[in-house]
Design a binder for this molecule. Structure first.
Ligand code: AR6
Length: 177
């Protein structure tokens, strides 16, 4: 399978014209702060309606950490929002596999949708407290290793320092496991 092209931009994920954008959601799927709040605000009530429908059907107990599910993107330029739940950072427990799973499962959902371009925020690096450099290393390595039909994965970083960290991770070779 061909590997996706990985790009890094500084900007607002709600403005991206990719086929899908990924939301750093929480298990409730019913909105929150950070990138989640921005996506629901900019995309309008259709996204929340679709999330409520998911809660009423497949995800009665919420979306588990590391999993991903798609909804409409409402009035955003993207066609779909792929909601995933990042792990809360912990100093005494290694939750890296869950952060990696957010990326692989979001790309799997993108494949089922037929999305060829996907924008990711820096999942778990805001309210969930994951150190930016470590999150960037995991995100880039996971996408590099993913088997997917997605052609472009675009990391969208809100501020300059996060952008620099991701740009640096992209130029570093992936260390062996
Ligand atoms: N575009 C791109 N990146 C953004 C944007 C934006 N519009 N807004 C914020 N970021 P966070 P988390 C960056 O807190 O840590 C919510 O309440 C931000 O600077 O949004 O996974 C959810 O409902 C940071 O680097 O997500 C959950 O409860 C990154 O996006 C919880 O927060 C992620 O920060 C999830 O926490």
């Amino acid at each position: 399978m061909p590997k996706p092209r990985i790009t890094v931009v500084r900007g607002d994920i709600t403005k991206q014209d990719t086929d899908a954008i990924v939301n750093a959601a929480n298990s409730s799927l019913l909105g929150g702060g950070g990138v989640d709040g921005a996506i629901h605000r900019a995309g309008g009530p259709e996204i929340l309606e679709a999330c409520r429908a998911l809660r009423a059907s497949h995800y009665g107990r919420g979306l588990p950490t590391g999993q991903a599910v798609a909804t409409t993107a409402g009035r955003l330029p993207a066609r779909w929002v792929i909601h995933t739940v990042g792990p809360v950072y912990s100093r005494n427990e290694d939750r890296s596999a869950l952060l990696a799973a957010c990326h692989t499962n979001s790309l799997k959902v993108a494949d089922t949708l037929g999305a060829k371009t996907v924008a990711f925020p820096a999942i778990s690096t805001g309210i969930f407290g994951w150190p930016m450099a470590d999150a960037a290393r995991i995100a880039v390595a996971t996408v590099r290793a993913a088997a997917t039909e997605v052609e472009e994965v675009r990391f969208v970083l809100f501020d300059e320092s996060a952008y620099q960290v991701f740009a640096q991770a992209l130029t570093s070779p992936t260390p062996p496991p």
